[in-house]
Design a protein around this ligand. Structure first.
Ligand SMILES: [Zn+2]
Length: 476
């Protein structure tokens, strides 16, 4: 079965050709999204884009001294060429903030403080320029905000959707959370650099996009149950181009500039949707909760931290496997009385969380987040009745949105992203034991909460690992 068969019904509207390139994101679509964004005004993606920064930056911030933030690798790829371009254009430059390339820089708030101190030491308004991908960008974004400064992002890989997103996903005291801060004023990318990025980074960007399949499903669930309504134009920005982006993943591994540009624009568009809606709901669901859990636990594989996208991609398999079991049942006969009768009081839940063998910070976070989404028995009854009565329609929407876990695995494997627990540095038992804590770490309503409130969480997870389930004993 070709991998594209796994994409939901929506693909019939996109007329994907065999090459999967029939639907392309146009510059006009991006410009429309830029017009809706709150902060990002300029997007420059072209071959030799680093040199072009020399005309863009002086035009937006004439005479403002630039402080480039980079690690040793991204300094060479982006910091240095941007420095040369700015110097030639007469833009003042201060000393860069440089981090070692190894060990991999983590998005820890301690580094935010260090960058902020350097920005403030200038004694005048400077322009921070983040030259790099995930951590460099998030750290600079937050430090710029704390210093009251706008910033510019220079991308070095199509590795995640955070370049144009507002908010920075940072680790504070061991807990991963989103810190408020505006997106960059301008995003600059050199297509040559994006194409030359390590294949694993491009795979990570693809896997981050794959996460929008389950994130969309989670939003559908929240919408159907009246928890968080879908905002149609935001939904369209993320989900509209998605099937075409996900089709034919192998093309991204070949470094084809047209494909890499499309992948980057897809990630940019998702970030702009986050910016326009002021929430990550459109781009981040249960799969990101799996990712954040293992980020907090410092997951490493072969001595390296596992990338955001790799964890998100695998997390979308984890979520899709749970959806698959839920959708295998007819919940129009759900025993609402039994679920309400079995519903624990908050004190019971809190005692269970306090008794967990996990870090104090994770436990504190779980208490806070679970408290925010814990329902009264009356409210639970109403929600479950809505679910029971609306199940056929909800199931239909979910089937149209989702890909099967097998299809997600095949797509991710084709792009070179991890698809087995071992490839991620985990055991199957650890994956199984992740469902519950992943549900607890964030208040956002997802498939995890749905199964939990129905009283079938353990049963569904058991089914995932039972014969016939995605990770059943016969799974290959
Ligand atoms: Zn992500």
């Amino acid at each position: 079965m070709p991998p594209t068969d796994g994409i939901g019904r929506r693909k019939t509207g996109t007329s994907n050709g065999a090459a999967g390139m029939a639907v392309q994101l146009s510059r006009a679509e991006i410009d429309l999204a830029l017009a809706r964004a709150t902060t990002t005004r300029h997007l420059l993606v072209e071959p030799g884009g680093m040199a072009a920064a020399g005309s863009l930056v002086p035009r937006i911030f004439p005479g403002r001294p630039v402080v480039i933030v980079a690690d040793d690798t991204t300094w060479r790829l982006a910091g240095e060429p941007v420095t040369s371009a700015l110097r030639a254009a007469g833009q003042p430059l201060l000393d860069p903030v440089l981090f070692p390339a190894t060990p991999t820089l983590r998005p820890d708030t301690r580094h935010v403080a260090a960058i902020r101190a350097r920005l403030e030491a200038a004694g005048e308004p400077v322009l921070p320029v983040a030259a790099g991908s995930g951590s460099i960008n998030d750290l600079t974004k937050r430090a710029a905000h704390e210093a009251g400064l706008p910033y510019v992002a220079v991308a070095t890989a199509a590795s995640m959707d955070g370049y144009t997103a507002s908010g920075a996903a940072l680790i504070d005291n061991g807990v991963k959370q989103t810190f408020g801060c505006p997106a960059p004023v301008a995003v600059i990318a050199d297509l040559d650099v994006l194409c030359a990025a390590p294949p694993a980074m491009t795979a990570s960007g693809y896997a981050d996009l794959m996460g929008k399949v389950t994130a969309g499903a989670d939003w559908i669930v929240a919408d159907a149950l009246g928890v968080e309504p879908i905002v149609p134009d935001i939904w369209e920005m993320v989900q509209g181009p998605l099937p075409a982006m996900l089709a034919d993943p192998a093309r991204y591994q070949m470094g084809d500039p047209a494909a890499i540009e499309q992948l980057f624009l897809g990630l940019v568009l998702t970030g702009l949707a986050i910016q326009a809606s002021g929430s990550t709901r459109c781009a981040s669901g249960s799969e990101h909760q799996f990712s954040h859990l293992w980020e907090m636990r410092g997951l490493e594989h072969e001595g390296e931290f596992v990338s955001h996208g790799a964890k998100v991609g695998f997390g979308s398999i984890v979520s899709a496997a749970l959806y698959e079991r839920l959708l295998a049942h007819d919940w129009t006969s759900l025993d609402v009385d039994a679920a309400v009768a079995a519903w624990p009081a908050w004190e019971t839940v809190a005692a269970e969380i306090r008794a967990l063998d996990d870090s104090p910070e994770l436990i504190r976070r779980a208490l806070e987040e679970c408290r925010a989404k814990h329902m009264s028995p009356e409210a639970l009854r109403e929600r479950l009745e809505t679910l029971r009565n609306g199940w056929p329609a909800l199931a239909e929407r979910l089937l149209a949105q989702l890909m099967t876990p097998d299809a997600i695995r095949d797509h991710l494997a084709a792009v070179g992203s991890p698809v087995t627990p071992a490839q991620l540095g985990l055991t199957a038992a650890q994956v199984r034991a992740s469902y519950e804590p992943a549900r607890r770490i964030r208040r956002r309503y997802t498939v995890y909460d749905l199964a939990y409130e129905m009283g079938v969480f353990d049963q569904m997870v058991d089914e995932v690992f039972a014969p016939g389930g995605f990770w059943g004993p016969s799974a290959t």
